[in-house]
Design a protein around this ligand. Structure first.
Ligand code: HEC
Ligand code: HEC
Length: 193
């Protein structure tokens, strides 16, 4: 119940106040050491933020701030953010160009094909969209870092990541084995955005 009220509050403020992109860009300087310049991460197990849906970014920052999503690195960061900061940061990062598939990272075609098959058999695109660009509270996955995708899938599988408490991803990964998760991460990391 409390969470529903919180969601409603974030949505309502999101509509009421226009985001300040310049303020978001200024605040985003503190994110660069981990999430990279313009939100393209060069750091292991750290996601790129560029081109993520605005709503997704806002929710995740709220989840870190309230502690429903755990991360020793992100929780202290999010704890200092006010609602305005969250709105401005999300607007800034969602307006940046999404990551490109790393041309140096060679795709293993068999693993890509295996990942595509698992994705098709588990209706990933019904929420993440056909091109895996995400929408609203559902993240972009195309060309995200492979190590981060694998970590996220394993965290959902192990119940370490619950986020908003909506069981969408827990249900999705429940029947999958670790080889499926590896294949999915490889397939998605090599999907052009
Ligand atoms: C000290 C490193 C560090 C800093 C600084 C940092 N982050 Fe993060 N961030 C991380 C890591 C690591 C994760 C992945 C957490 C996990 O394992 O689930 C993350 C995850 C996120 C996510 C979730 C994205 C997703 O795809 O699930 C968002 C949103 C985010 N950070 C926003 C920010 C913003 C905005 C700032 C600056 C105000 C910031 N971060 C600063 C390390 C950092
Ligand atoms: C019913 C809708 C739904 C389906 C189906 C679904 N997802 Fe998700 N997915 C979500 C939502 C919503 C989130 C954000 C979760 C949160 O807020 O904690 C998410 C998060 C993720 C993340 C974390 C990304 C990040 O940046 O943190 C990955 C990876 C992921 N999904 C992969 C998949 C894969 C692979 C499939 C198919 C096997 C799939 N999803 C199917 C809704 C869905």
């Amino acid at each position: 119940m409390k969470l529903v009220v919180l969601f409603a509050a974030v949505l309502a403020t999101g509509v009421a106040a226009a985001a300040d992109l310049a303020a978001g860009a200024a605040k985003a300087q503190t994110c660069v050491p981990c999430h990279g310049p313009a939100g393209i991460s060069q750091v292991a197990e750290t996601p790129s933020l560029a081109g993520q849906p605005d709503g997704f970014l806002q929710w995740q920052l709220v989840f870190f701030r309230t502690g429903t999503r755990k991360s020793p690195l992100m929780q202290p960061m999010a704890a200092t953010l006010k609602d305005d900061d969250i709105r401005n940061l999300a607007a800034y990062f969602s307006a940046q160009k999404p990551p490109r598939v790393d041309p140096a990272a060679k795709a293993d075609e068999a693993l890509v094909a295996a990942g595509r098959k698992v994705a098709q058999g588990n209706r990933c695109t019904s929420c993440h969209k056909d091109d895996f660009s995400g929408a609203q509270a559902t993240p972009r996955l195309a060309a995200q870092r492979e190590d981060y995708l694998l970590k996220a899938l394993r965290d959902f599988k192990a119940g370490r990541r619950v986020g908003g408490g909506v069981a969408a991803m827990a249900d999705v990964v429940y029947p999958l084995v670790d080889d499926d998760l590896r294949a999915l991460a490889h397939f998605l990391a090599h999907m052009p955005s």
